[in-house]
Design a protein around this ligand. Sequence first.
Ligand code: SF4
Length: 402
Amino acid sequence: MFERELTHLLRCYKILPNYKSGLMYNSTLRFQNFLRLAYRQLFVQTRVFGQTLNMENIMDNKDMIDKIIKIKQELGNRLLILTHHYQRTEIIDLGDHKGDSFGLSQRAAMDENAKYIVFCGVHFMAESAAILAKDHQIVQIPDMDAGCWMADMADSYLVETAWNEVTAIAGENSVTPLVYMNSDAFIKAHCGRNNGAVCTSSNAVKAFEWAFKQKEKIFFFPDEHLGRNTGNNLGIPANEMIVWDPEKTLGGNTDQEIKKAKVILWKGYCLVHTRFTTNDMESMRKDFPNAKIVVHPECTQEVVKESDAVGSTSFIVKYVADSPKGATIIIATEINLIKRLALEYPDKKIIPLKNSLCPNMYKINLKNLLNCLENIGQTNIVGVDETIKKDAFIALENMLNL
Ligand code: SF4
């Protein structure tokens, strides 16, 4: 896993010249950033796979948990802690609501009492909560460095350039932009400005249907696999879905291909979900012939086609809950969720297709959550520029109205 992440970092920092918001990074800075991130990923992986539990850790944890509970009691309903399903169990236990990015964004939009929203997830999720938050609300994240590499693959400069090229060929009024929640606020704002919507893996089919009612084509950012799996689900022929590779001229397509396409897929992917392969499935099927395999739609179409069921994080949670006692379920998604489901359903056999951890989700821990709560309203505030917020809000609202 670490090797793939390094490869991705190398790709981002050495090949893409306009990596961050259209700004040209000079090579020294890019190399320093690369080393910093590589070190951090190595550190996280070492902690995850080499962690040892000793009494000192347990006492430290207990102390921190007690302090967090005390702050929660003091702040009462002025504080809302949202936790994503991929968080560690101890963080989930301290949250007010757990869910996937769609469910949590609905929560953030609904709860007007909370002055402070602490988002235990990755940055784009906290940013979405900040876009939906009311003026009196402050959104914080325990670790500002908890980003998402898939979101980083759709840089705003590259997206704007691609959009201009596609609309110049296909026509201004023929394309609806759809953006996966896993993207930064600039991309959501771009989408809002161009009458598009945000979607999540829970409502991607609905979002595609909605988009096709608006215009004849969809430009989908940034997850190629969720986009393709959704297109397959709706019966769109493979030759009408093209991939836009931002490193190639016209994304690697001809004018004719762009004109013919119904769906244009940005070449982005999740490092956690694209690790699963059909070989993994084949060997698991041999070992567990009666098992069902359920996968997330960020997996490749080959994996999805070989699965027994496919769906969002919430779908997977429900699938496990609804399975009969004694069932064996093999899951292809983030390992923290699978480990927790195995604990919650001891009467079912729940196995990961492969151990695949999101190092960014793992950055949130008791220590930085406590630090965030001890500095409530003051540190790690997730802010969004007002103009960006206004446009991104349109795209998020279109999603909530689907
Ligand atoms: S699991 Fe994948 S898409 Fe989700 S935050 Fe991690 S890298 Fe991003």
